[in-house]
Write a protein that binds this ligand. Structure first.
Ligand code: PLP
Length: 361
């Protein structure tokens, strides 16, 4: 029996590891040593670590500091844990990694129905900012792809950052794909850009905004660095080629076809990173869709992977004003550099089939 190859359209959850990243990791595993050891092997490991740090900074266009972490979640945790309850503000559609760490005393900044920060709320925060020391507004949303208007946000929050309010911009979904925005602190993740999971970084403009804890990474992240993963992360960024323009063309075609079959495109008119699209199939739950697509050989996701285990209603769609019923009918499709037109045609075909079955029922 010939097996059809599976179609992976869940790159926002995690990406396949690029061959160059795999090769770098395999090679690193042959040259083990602790980068903190003073012997020759340790010094060689340290040199490889520092070389990777510089390459990642260069690839991302970041001139500040870089602290290696186990991923964006830990980078967020390091960035936010020093600020007290009253000092932190955040956007309603932040990733759970931010929501868990912020535990803000204040209600979050709202978003418009298109998922973009509500500027009335942002102006309100600036008018009444006495206690605010940190503001978290993500770059692209992981469920909808919506990009926040960074320059407009900067014009309200003020330049340069760091004087009054440190700005944290979660770039887990955009690093390695789009130029980084200006921010005091930027969490990034390797497994969203073709590198291995379990490694990432906190980019910090000035370490003075953080409190050192002692240990590795100049005292800002204790624990032996995962050198093979870090080298895989650097290799993935080095190997990256521009592909967003192609993704934009593929997504536009997909969306035109899905819409004519009755789909509602989430945040259709907002600027969105072209690697993510979210689509509602009226009357069909996202669980039923996921099973249908899985049987058709296609991996997609219902909202963010972290919340799909419990299938709770997306806080992102809720903040955009979606009702519970409609929010439970949305599926996220996310592309990588390997995604082809034929794969998206197969997805669209499977989508049309299920929608037609629903209409006939
Ligand atoms: N922030 C966003 C926007 C994400 O999409 C993710 C990944 O799901 C994270 C943070 C957490 O990243 P990591 O898996 O590297 O901890």
């Amino acid at each position: 029996v010939s097996q059809r190859p599976r179609i992976y359209l869940d790159h926002a959850a995690t990406t396949p590891i690029l061959p160059a990243a795999k090769a770098a990791m395999m090679e690193a595993m042959e040259r083990w040593a602790n980068p903190s050891s003073p012997h020759s092997e340790g010094r060689a490991a340290r040199a490889a670590l520092e070389d990777a740090r510089e390459r990642i900074k260069q690839a991302l266009g970041w001139e500040g500091e870089l602290i290696f972490t186990s991923g964006a979640t830990e980078a967020i945790e390091i960035a936010l844990s020093d600020y007290d309850l009253y000092a932190k503000r955040h956007l309603a559609v932040e990733h759970d990694a931010v929501l868990r760490t912020v535990q803000s005393f204040f209600p979050p900044l709202g978003v418009t129905p298109n998922g973009i920060v509500d500027f009335d709320d942002l102006h309100g925060l600036m008018d009444d900012r006495d206690q605010t020391r940190l503001l978290a507004i993500q770059h692209a949303n992981n469920e909808t792809g919506v990009l926040q208007p960074m320059l407009k946000i900067h014009s309200v929050v003020g330049e340069p950052f760091g004087r009054e309010i440190a700005y944290l911009c979660d770039c887990a979904q955009t690093a390695g794909k789009l130029p980084l925005p200006r921010a005091e602190m930027i969490p990034v993740s390797s497994h969203k850009l073709g590198g291995p999971p379990g490694v990432g970084a906190l980019l910090v403009r000035d370490l003075a905004v953080l409190q050192a804890r002692g240990g590795q990474e100049r005292g800002y992240r204790p624990g032996t660095q995962n050198l093979p993963a870090i080298l895989g992360f650097a290799a993935a960024l080095d190997a990256a080629e521009p592909w967003l323009d192609r993704a934009a063309v593929l997504r536009a075609r997909l969306e035109a076809r899905l819409q004519s079959a009755g789909a509602e495109v989430v945040a259709k008119d907002a600027p969105r990173i072209p690697t993510i699209g979210a689509y509602r199939m009226p009357g069909v739950s996202s669980e039923a869709q996921l099973i249908h697509f899985d049987l058709a050989g296609i991996a997609v996701s219902a909202g963010s992977a972290c919340s799909s285990g419990t299938m709770k209603v997306s806080h992102v769609l809720a903040a955009m004003g979606w009702g519970e019923q409609a929010a439970r009918e949305v599926v996220r499709v996310s592309f990588g550099p390997q995604t082809t037109q034929a794969e998206l045609d197969a997805f669209a075909g499977a989508w049309e089939k299920l929608a037609a079955r629903k209409r006939a029922a």
